[in-house]
Design a protein around this ligand. Structure first.
Ligand code: FDA
Length: 304
C-alpha cells in the first residue's frame, strides 16, 4: 500500500475519538476479532492448538508496545514468561514474538536486554525461540544492538527486518552472521522518504532483493513474512535450490486459504497470533495496509 494512504489512515486512527469509537463499541471489538485471537491467554492457546492441528507453527504475540514505566515493562516480561510456560505445558509448537518497547527499550536499554535474556533462557529450556519484532525506524538501531548482545550469548533468537527501510540491506549482512532466524517483512509503519521506499513497487523490489540474500544464507533460518502472491511464488522458486530450513510466516486472520495451500504443499508455515487487550495499535496497522479493510470497518460500525 502507498505510504500516503498508510500515513493518512494512521494519522486519523491516532485521534482519541476514533480510538474510543473502536475500543468502546462492540462493533469495533468485533472487527478486531478478525485479526486478534482474543483478549486472554486461553483464547490464544485455543487458536494455537487449532493451528497446530492443521499443521501450522505459531508465534504468540501478547499485544502491547511503547511502555514508559518500569512496572509495566516488568509485567510484560512476566506475561511472556507465563506464555512460554503455557506453551510448554500444552505441548504447543509455538514461539513468542516480542516488541522491545514493551520491555522498556524507550527508557532503559539495560533492563530491556536483561529481560530479553531471561525470555531467551526460558524459551531455550523449552526448546523454543523468541522473535524480536521490528518497530518504528527510531528504534531500529537500538533493537538490533540489543538483539545482537542477547543472540551472541543465547543463540535462540530471531529478528524481523523491514524491506521498506534503505538501511536493511546493510543490517542484514550484520544479522546473518549472528545465525538464528530472520523474518523478512515489508514494514508496517509510516516512514519518511529519507529513510524508506514509498511506493509498493519499490518496497516489493527491495523485498525481492533481500529475499534472494536471505534464501542463499544457509546459516540462518529465513522466515518469509508476506501474503503477497508474487513474492510467495518467488520464494517457492528459491526454495528449490535451498539446502537449509526456512519457513513462511503470515498473520492470523489474513489469507487463510493461502495459508492452507502452503501447508498442503508441505512448506513450514508459522502463523503470528496476536492477543490481549492492547489491540488497538495493531488493528490500525492492519487497517492502514489495505483500503478494502476500511469498508469492512465501516460496515461493522454502521451495523452496530
Ligand atoms: P501487501 O501489503 O502487498 O499485501 C499482499 C496481499 O495480502 C494483499 O493484496 C491482501 O490480499 C493481503 N493483505 C495484506 N495485508 C492485509 C490486511 N491487513 N488485511 C487483509 N489482507 C491483507 N511489520 C513490521 O513493521 N514489523 C514486524 O515485526 C512485522 N512482523 C510481521 C510478522 C508477520 C508474520 C507478518 C506476516 C507480517 C509482519 N509485519 C511486520 C507486517 C508487514 O510488514 C506488512 O505490513 C504486512 O505483512 C502486509 O504486507 P504483505 O507482505 O502481506 O504485502
Amino acid at each position: 500500500m502507498s505510504t500516503l494512504f498508510r500515513k493518512s489512515i494512521l494519522a486519523v486512527t491516532e485521534r482519541g475519538p476514533v480510538q474510543s469509537m473502536f475500543t468502546k463499541f462492540r462493533a469495533g471489538r468485533a472487527v478486531a476479532r478478525r485479526f486478534v485471537a482474543g483478549e486472554t491467554l486461553d483464547d490464544a492457546v485455543q487458536t494455537a492448538r487449532t493451528l497446530n492441528q492443521v499443521g501450522a507453527l505459531v508465534s504468540l504475540d501478547h499485544l502491547g508496545e511503547h511502555v514508559n514505566d518500569a512496572a509495566s515493562a516488568k509485567s510484560a516480561k512476566e506475561d511472556y514468561l507465563q506464555i512460554l510456560d503455557r506453551v510448554s505445558a500444552e505441548g504447543l509448537d509455538a514461539n513468542i514474538s516480542i516488541k522491545l518497547t514493551q520491555l522498556g527499550m524507550a527508557f532503559d536499554v539495560d533492563r530491556t536486554k536483561a529481560a530479553l535474556d531471561e525470555l531467551a533462557e526460558r524459551a531455550a529450556g523449552y526448546g523454543t525461540t523468541v522473535t524480536v519484532d521490528m518497530e518504528e525506524s527510531e528504534w531500529t538501531g537500538t533493537t538490533i544492538d540489543i538483539y545482537e548482545a542477547v543472540q551472541r550469548s543465547k543463540g535462540n533468537l530471531g529478528i524481523a527486518v523491514q524491506a521498506y527501510l534503505f538501511r536493511t540491506a546493510a543490517d542484514l549482512s550484520r544479522l546473518i552472521d549472528l545465525g538464528g532466524h530472520i523474518r523478512l517483512c515489508k514494514g508496517a509503519y509510516a516512514e519518511p522518504p529519507e529513510l524508506a521506499f514509498q511506493t509498493k513497487g519499490d518496497v516489493d523490489a527491495s523485498f525481492e532483493h533481500l529475499l534472494g540474500t536471505l534464501m542463499t544464507a544457509e546459516q540462518v533460518r529465513p522466515a518469509i513474512a508476506t501474503h503477497d502472491d508474487r513474492l510467495i511464488e518467488k520464494t517457492y522458486g528459491l526454495a528449490a535450490t535451498r539446502q537449509a530450513p526456512f519457513e513462511f510466516q503470515m498473520l492470523y486472520g489474513i489469507r487463510e486459504t493461502m495459508q492452507r495451500e502452503i501447508v498442503a504443499k508441505g512448506y513450514p508455515l508459522r502463523v503470528y497470533v496476536p492477543y490481549g487487550s492492547q489491540w488497538y495499535p495493531y488493528l490500525t496497522r492492519r487497517l492502514a495496509e489495505r483500503p478494502a479493510n476500511l469498508m469492512f470497518f465501516a460496515r461493522a460500525l454502521v451495523g452496530r
